[in-house]
Design a protein around this ligand. Structure first.
Ligand code: PSU
Ligand code: MN
Length: 304
């Protein structure tokens, strides 16, 4: 076992026994939602994974240790500290670990720690991608490189149009990352089921998701797979309203000169404010929906 990694007793026992485990990220707790909804949601997501027959492993860096499986107190701690916790992507890990500091893990870092632990399925809300205007800012999330290199299936609700969805798909194609629509041919846009962009493949069953992932690994192709699971119809938002809020948020970020790792948290918080909190309710529901699917896939991958 890696010297930097701590598995919770429950996660260690599950992995040891070949039981299904689902990884969950912590930037969504610290930077993705306000307190206390962030903590309530994180615990509900864990509960949903359990109801699906799998063990949840919420991932973070605490006191410089890479943790897979957090206690409720640790989740409460990250949620309460919120954006004061360092948002930790791949490049942040070395110094945080050496200094024995805390970090909330993004999709990229959650994948790294999940892979170290031997966890193959990870549920979240949204992934990072190529930002609008990246042709001049070069702001491309490290999540995309991680999907290219680290063997974890990431189940998300597509990408928010705070990103340039077309360029994000092009980047993933170049990197050889399959983008799967779960029960859909269209890339979902997080708050809405449609984006106008096509996914690479539509897959309708957890068994086929598991088979494709297994084939990718057994062929030695390595890297991850991006499964995009549309938000349930009843929780999806009005596209005009959400797109107007996103356009305004992107314009505000540009005017204020927000850049680097601050961009995504700024845009997420601004969109939430501009939609008067309605987007938060949708956000919570789509994460629960992804946790359910992830548990199903993890159960199938755990069968021999
Ligand atoms: N997009 C969302 N919600 C999120 C994030 C992105 O809709 O919570 C978070 C995830 O943790 C993701 C990170 O990995 O932001 C991407 O940040 P960046 O663009 O700085 O790589
Ligand atoms: Mn960035």
């Amino acid at each position: 076992m890696n010297n930097y990694l701590d598995l919770s007793p429950e996660v260690a026992a599950a992995l040891q026994g070949g039981k299904p485990v689902v990884a969950l990220e912590s930037t969504i707790i610290s930077h993705g939602m306000p307190y206390p909804q962030n903590v309530e949601t994180a615990l509900r997501v864990e509960q949903t994974v359990r109801e699906g027959g799998a063990v949840p492993a919420t991932i973070a860096v605490i006191g410089g240790r890479l943790k897979a499986g957090l206690t409720h107190d640790e989740i409460e701690y990250l949620g309460k500290k919120g954006p004061a916790v360092t948002k930790a992507s791949r490049r942040d890990l070395p110094v945080l670990v050496a200094r024995k500091q805390d970090g909330a893990t993004t999709v990229a870092t959650t994948m790294i720690i999940a892979a170290l632990a031997g966890i193959r399925v990870f549920a979240t809300g949204g992934v990072g991608g190529v930002h609008r205007g990246a042709e001049t800012t070069m702001d491309i999330s490290a999540d995309l490189e991680e999907l290219a290199r680290t063997p974890v299936m990431v189940i998300c609700a597509g990408a928010k149009s705070i990103l340039d969805l077309g360029l994000t798909l092009e980047y993933l194609e170049t990197k050889g990352v399959p983008v799967i629509g779960y029960g859909t041919e269209e890339l979902p846009a997080f708050y809405t089921r449609n984006s106008g962009f096509k996914v690479d493949y539509r897959i309708d069953t957890p068994a086929e998701l598991a088979a494709a992932f297994r084939a990718k690994q057994e062929m030695g192709l390595g890297g991850g797979m991006l499964v995009t699971n549309p938000i349930p119809e009843e929780y999806s938002m009005d596209p005009d309203r959400i797109n107007k809020a996103i356009d305004e948020a992107v314009a505000d970020a540009k005017r204020l000169g927000i850049h680097g790792k601050e961009t995504t948290p700024y845009l997420l918080a601004r969109v939430k404010d501009l939609t008067g909190g309605d987007s938060l309710a949708s956000n919570i529901q789509l994460v629960l929906n992804n946790a359910r699917l992830a548990a199903q896939v993890a159960c199938i991958l755990a069968e021999v």
